[in-house]
Design a protein around this ligand. Structure first.
Ligand SMILES: O=C(O)CCC(=O)C(=O)O
Ligand SMILES: [Mn+2]
Length: 193
């Protein structure tokens, strides 16, 4: 089912809970888990509680939380996903960040995807594969919260002014959960390549 939501202050959310069918999602999860050169990155605060990999068009770099990512070259699998996501979101992407949440202790804290190289109102397209995890959006001024259980095979597109007014996170959970892989497609602008 596809859902569209208009948020406070001009943000948009588009959620498709079955962007990939069950068999495709299972196959993609296994392939990405096994074939990705996962890295345990660190910031000043210590190791990230998840593994990451960053793919992008040649020559692009991306920095956040004090870590500069050097781009890996697109694989056929990731390029095929990129084309499908670009068609659905109706916008081009030149990079994707992969996060691997190995179990319920892996997480990502509140942040906005608002780095200057993403431009003014970035469109961020997020694919989830594997275990269902909670995704929480919190409005900076009102504290309003929105909770999503992101299904395996789902696509969530954050657009409009979402990254200005809302932060988002994937909290840890004490429940036993299998691994989850998330892909967030982004378009980096203003880098000479
Ligand atoms: O895993 C998710 O659903 C979110 C990941 C995320 O927000 C990010 O990588 O910026
Ligand atoms: Mn994010």
């Amino acid at each position: 089912m596809k859902q569209h939501a208009e948020l406070h202050d001009g943000g948009t959310l588009d959620y498709d809970d079955a962007f990939f069918d069950r068999a495709e999602a299972d196959a993609l999860f296994a392939r990405l888990r096994d074939d990705t050169p996962w890295r345990q990155e660190r910031s000043r605060l210590g190791p990230f509680p998840r593994l990451t990999a960053w793919y992008a068009d040649p020559g692009l770099t991306y920095s956040y939380s004090g870590v500069t990512h050097e781009a890996l070259a697109w694989t056929a699998t990731l390029l095929a996903i990129r084309r499908r996501v670009e068609a659905a979101a109706m916008t081009p992407f030149n990079s994707v960040l992969l996060n691997y949440y190995r179990d319920g202790q892996d997480s990502i804290g509140y942040h906005a995807d608002n780095e200057s190289e993403l431009g003014k109102n970035p469109v961020i397209a997020s694919i989830s594969l594997g275990a269902v995890r909670q995704f929480v959006l919190k409005h900076g001024a009102t504290g309003d919260k929105l909770h999503f259980d992101l299904a395996s095979g789902s696509l969530l597109v954050m657009g409009g002014t979402c990254q200005h007014h809302w932060v988002h996170m994937v909290p840890k959970t004490k429940q036993f959960v299998d691994g989850r892989i998330n892909l967030t497609f982004r378009n980096l602008i203003g880098q000479a390549v």
